[in-house]
Design a binder for this molecule. Structure first.
Ligand SMILES: [Zn+2]
Length: 196
């Protein structure tokens, strides 16, 4: 299970420094390092003083961010599938056929500024892997970039809209009875205007 069979991965941000063990304070600057070892991807987070002693060690990616105390989990489970919940579900399932869909969902979240790209790596097999950080939870999302052509991109986007419960664009255009409201719901997302 822990071999490099899984193409994508989510690595949670640590709640405390990986060296001195001190819990991070709200708004504290922290430093993150991504490495790849026999157990797969590993992410370590450090406070500033500890980082100054760690930074020379080899890593795939390093980045700096600001720690935010995570928001409490929502009281009710989300009823509607959102871009984010769909992305998490597909990544958890790890279905190889979902490569393109997962990439598109990640790009959608990046456009909504919920994911921030921190780095791009190139794997041994030549596949690009985009390293995103979730702006609220600080998790690292490792998303292989299938480098889709424009025509493929449109097709995958249609599939994603259907998965989110929307009407495919072509069909909606043909069918005049589809109300405008239904159409607009495709990209509705409750997280959209929570940017700080
Ligand atoms: Zn420390």
């Amino acid at each position: 299970m822990i071999e490099r069979t899984q193409d994508w991965d989510i690595r949670a941000r640590g709640e405390s420094c990986g060296d001195c063990g001190r819990p991070f304070a709200d708004r504290e600057t922290l430093y993150s390092r991504l490495t790849f070892g026999s157990d797969g991807y590993q992410r370590d987070d450090y406070c500033e003083p500890c980082w100054s002693r760690q930074k020379e060690e080899p890593a795939l990616s390093v980045w700096q961010s600001v720690f935010r105390v995570p928001p409490p989990p929502p009281e009710e489970p989300l009823k509607k599938e959102t871009v984010e919940s769909l992305l998490r579900k597909l990544m958890e399932e790890g279905a190889p056929g979902a490569l393109n869909t997962i990439y598109i969902l990640a790009v959608m979240l990046e456009r909504r500024r919920l994911l921030t790209e921190k780095d791009v790596q190139t794997r041994d097999d030549g596949m690009k892997v985009r390293v995103y950080e979730h702006r609220k939870t600080g998790e690292t999302f490792l998303i292989p970039d299938p480098e889709l052509k424009l025509s493929e991109l449109e097709q995958v986007q249609e599939e994603v809209v259907i998965m989110l419960g929307g009407e495919p664009r072509n069909k909606a255009a043909e069918n005049e009875e589809v109300s405008e409201n239904e159409d607009k719901e495709e990209y509705e997302d409750e997280e959209e205007d929570e940017d700080v």
